[in-house]
Write a protein of this length. Structure first.
Length: 399
């Protein structure tokens, strides 16, 4: 009995201690919850309230498809998958024997056309001289006939002699009229032209330019610097214009397409700053950028079979709009991005002064290349050379 009474007294003495510890634990828990709530409230008011993020974001970029402009047989493949190429570098070569033969034939045709046109001008000059000669003969025949008429009235010559001169007038008149028609025909072939603008010469020049370009196009060059992907061309392949040989990806011009929920885009504007991280490099590597454009339509709206929500069992689904993010150059040289990589995009929506849609008209080309600009200049030198070799005139500037 004494032992039982001692245990009961000890338990009653420990009960206030347990209650005190319980109150302390509840107080600590309450303070922790208050601190957490205050921290969350502060985080929301300072940061989360002015930020939207999504992990439905992927790296995108231009895929420059390399295709031949002429048909031919592949004789050389210079680059392979993953190689870096510079703008203007030869990627693939086609067998150029046929194009070289066609070029030589076009050069000969132009030279022959120049000589033929020169003969047309000479024919026109001869027709003019012939017309003048027949005109003189016709006028002379008229004068002789008129004098013979006066002599015939006085009986100095016979009527038969007068008839002879009358026939001569008719003959020279016919020759004069024929010369006029011949001159018209000759002039019609060269009228209002000079040698280099004559249709026959211009046609031959155009044919030479085309064959010259075809010969140059046997070497297929890179229109832009980048990395080779999806190489499909093989040695010995017979290719046609439009055949996809390979793709060049300019990784220095990539961007990010982030798909935000429509409920997240209320305060998004063009020009807002974006912070991005990739799954490839982790959170330690950040990329900076800005919103370049907001989506014009949802993915479902532009799909092959757009949704038709007119049925009675329609269920609302939150749609996503693609947001194009232009990346700054920071970190891209050290940590290059690839097409299709997953990204986490966080948009700072505090500044809502930017436009929702672009209102500026794009007048200049966003992308261009100059690797094809000097081809016609080079062939024009060849045309000028051929013209000078086949006609002795200076200052020829073919159009």
């Amino acid at each position: 009995m004494q032992t039982s009474e001692k245990i009961t007294a000890s338990a009653m003495g420990n009960e206030p201690v347990k209650k005190g510890k319980r109150k302390t634990s509840f107080l600590i828990l309450f303070i922790a919850l208050v601190v957490i709530g205050a921290a969350w409230f502060f985080y929301y008011e300072v940061y989360a309230k002015y930020s939207e993020e999504t992990n439905d974001a992927y790296v995108n970029g231009d895929l420059v498809v390399i295709s031949p402009q002429i048909s031919g047989t592949v004789s050389k493949v210079v680059v392979d998958q993953g190689d870096y190429v510079k703008k203007g570098q030869v990627l693939v070569s086609l067998d150029s024997n046929d194009t070289q033969i066609a070029l030589q034939a076009a050069e000969a045709k132009l030279a022959n056309s120049v000589r033929e046109v020169r003969s047309l001008y000479a024919t026109a000059d001869n027709a003019k001289a012939s017309l003048e000669a027949t005109k003189v003969e016709y006028n002379q025949a008229i004068s002789d006939y008129e004098r013979r008429q006066k002599l015939a009235k006085s009986g100095a010559i016979s009527q038969e002699n007068l008839n002879h001169y009358q026939d001569l007038v008719e003959t020279t008149k016919s020759q004069y009229l024929a010369s006029q028609q011949a001159l018209k025909m000759a002039i019609s072939l060269v009228d209002n032209t000079v040698l280099e603008t004559h249709p026959a010469v211009k046609s031959a020049v155009a044919n030479l330019r085309q064959t010259y370009l075809n010969n140059l196009r046997a070497d297929i060059v890179a229109p832009i610097s980048g990395y080779v992907a999806k190489r499909a061309v093989q040695l010995g392949s017979q290719v046609q214009p439009g055949t996809q040989m390979m793709v060049i990806v300019p990784l220095h011009q990539v961007w990010v397409d982030a798909n935000f929920k429509e409920s997240q885009m209320r305060d998004m504007r063009i020009g807002q700053l974006v912070t991005l991280t990739s799954d490839l490099y982790g959170e330690d590597v950040e990329y900076k950028g800005e919103i370049e454009s907001l989506g014009i339509g949802t993915g479902s709206a532009f799909s092959l079979l757009p949704a038709q929500n007119a049925s009675g069992n329609w269920i609302k689904i939150v749609q996503r709009l693609p947001v194009k993010i232009r990346l700054y150059k920071d970190n891209q040289a050290q940590y290059p991005l690839r097409i299709g990589l997953s990204m986490l995009a966080k948009v700072d929506i505090k500044d809502t002064s930017g436009p929702l849609l672009s209102k500026s008209v794009q007048l200049e080309a966003r992308f261009d290349t100059d690797v094809y600009q000097n081809t016609l200049q080079e062939v024009n030198h060849l045309v000028t050379q051929i013209l000078h070799e086949n006609v002795g005139i200076n200052n020829i500037n073919p159009e």
